[in-house]
Ligand binder design. Structure first.
Ligand code: MRU
Length: 348
């Protein structure tokens, strides 16, 4: 599945398969400017750290097109474009791939470029980031598949699949690669309250490819592990600190603690762009808090008493000591993470 992020045939907008309404309906949402791109990111038309990065890269191109339509003189277009990029970069706080992509684009903006040249450069870069992401996921899958044994049942939390990337997936890329190698594996997809990325998106992706998948309530993990029904856990990440602490969808930390208790190896799969070497530990990772409506309502039905407050933290941080390995496109990193991340990801 690679067509969930695509350029419109007229070359004027970015089309995103609307993940808010999957698996019931397959409809595309058009991003035509910065406003619609930020809306798509914030309401989770598109979600998942690498997919957010790819969308943000195209978002910079859309911002440049938007400015070209409105701003007359040079000083005006530069200031206007900078302000749009600032807003885009802040659309979601936890997934570092968003900042990574926008900063890559800013880095290619040289003072001599006119707006037309910059727009062309950014479109070419966005296309490159888009296609590179699929190649990176395949490389990650090849390394990660070695961590999965024939006959394993693999638990995953949230959706770190094709939909969360440009295609193939990070955690689901590892699972796909093991499956493609002929390993007889099964997957448990945790439903992932409140947005239900596991129940709706992971189950949708795997089922349409014939990879055996069972959806479990988030609170079933302890029982499933106690019964010996889980041999490995593989999840994605939104940001990995320099010491290997990994932010991922709320509930991941609990799964990792249970995995440690029951002796189940817990792996994180993420590309280099998800590492934030400027953040020393997980303590420094900002945790997004989303609208209470995601918790108080299921669809349009209210399920909590009116006026009762709820928590809706979207992510938590799994400490590095609970992680058996971090699968990247450069290989599987193991403890000691500070040294190995600095060497393999930081090139030191
Ligand atoms: O809020 P979301 O759906 O964007 O959160 C996504 C996750 O937590 C994923 O597991 C993570 O981004 C890895 S995606 C390859």
């Amino acid at each position: 599945m690679t067509d969930h992020i695509q350029l419109a045939t007229d070359g004027k907008s970015l089309l995103l398969l609307d993940q808010r309404i999957l698996p019931g309906r397959e409809e595309y949402f058009a991003c035509t400017d910065t406003e619609t791109t930020i809306y798509a990111l914030q309401t989770m038309v598109v979600r998942g750290a690498p997919a957010i990065g790819v969308t943000a890269a195209y978002g910079c191109w859309l911002a440049a097109r938007e400015v070209a339509q409105h701003a007359a003189d040079t000083a005006q277009w530069k200031n206007k474009l900078t302000a749009l990029l600032d807003r885009l970069e802040a659309a979601r706080p936890t997934a570092v791939n968003l900042r990574w992509a926008v900063r890559l684009m800013r880095g290619a903006w040289n003072a001599q470029m006119d707006l037309a040249a910059l727009t062309d450069t950014w479109l070419a870069m966005a296309k490159e980031i888009h296609s590179q992401d699929i190649a990176i996921n395949k490389a990650m899958g090849a390394y990660g598949a070695a961590c999965i044994d024939d006959g394993d049942t693999v638990m995953t939390h949230c959706n770190a699949g094709a939909l969360a990337t440009a295609g193939y997936g990070t955690a689901l890329g590892v699972i796909r690669a093991a499956f493609e190698q002929g390993k007889k594996i099964k997957v448990i997809a945790n439903e992932t309250r409140p947005f239900l990325q596991g129940a709706r998106l992971t189950a949708y992706e795997l089922a349409r490819e014939g990879i055996p998948v069972t959806v479990a309530c988030d609170n079933a993990t302890a029982l499933l592990m106690k019964r010996g029904l889980v041999q490995k856990v593989v999840v994605g990440a939104d940001r990995i600190a320099a010491n290997g602490d990994a932010a991922n969808k709320i509930g991941t930390f609990g799964v990792a603690l249970l995995a440690k208790h029951f002796g189940v190896p817990f792996y994180v799969a993420a590309p280099s762009s998800t590492f934030d070497l400027n953040t020393a530990t997980g303590e420094g990772i900002p945790i997004e808090e989303r609208t209470p409506l995601e918790v108080t309502h299921v669809g349009t039905t209210q399920i909590t008493p009116t006026g009762v407050p709820v928590y809706n933290f979207a992510f938590d941080v799994t400490p590095a000591q609970l992680i058996a390995g971090i699968v990247t496109e450069k290989g599987v990193l193991r403890a000691p993470y500070v040294e190995n991340i600095a060497k393999i990801i930081g090139g030191k």
